[in-house]
Design a protein around this ligand. Structure first.
Ligand SMILES: [Zn+2]
Length: 106
């Protein structure tokens, strides 16, 4: 999930238990200092924070082939795994619904 953060969430798909781990330390190696050697010296609990979390995973969130494919009624492109938008009763991709990150030049 792109939230602009650097973290990892691990989910046990059998038990649904999950943990989220993120870098906590603000310390950095000095100029020219080996990064791996620097971090190896720090205790794990200074580098990372770990929290138990609940993740509402849907089948379409899992890696692998798409579970669902819709077709945008405006541009005709495929939209996978529930990323479509229903606007005024039409199935649209997010770009056609007004949320595009790009503009077409030609
Ligand atoms: Zn579209």
């Amino acid at each position: 999930m792109d939230f602009g953060k650097i973290a990892a969430t691990f989910v046990n798909l059998d038990t649904k238990e999950a943990v989220r781990i993120w870098r906590h330390t603000r310390r950095h190696p000095a100029e020219g200092e080996d990064m791996i050697t620097f971090y190896e010296k720090l205790p794990d609990d200074e580098i990372f924070r770990i929290q138990r979390v609940n993740v509402d995973l849907k089948p379409c969130d899992l890696p692998g082939p798409p579970v669902e494919i819709q077709i945008c009624e405006n541009c005709g492109e495929d939209i996978t795994d529930s990323r479509h938008v229903v606007k005024d009763g039409k199935i649209l991709c997010k770009a056609c619904a007004g949320g595009s990150y790009y503009t077409v030049l030609e």
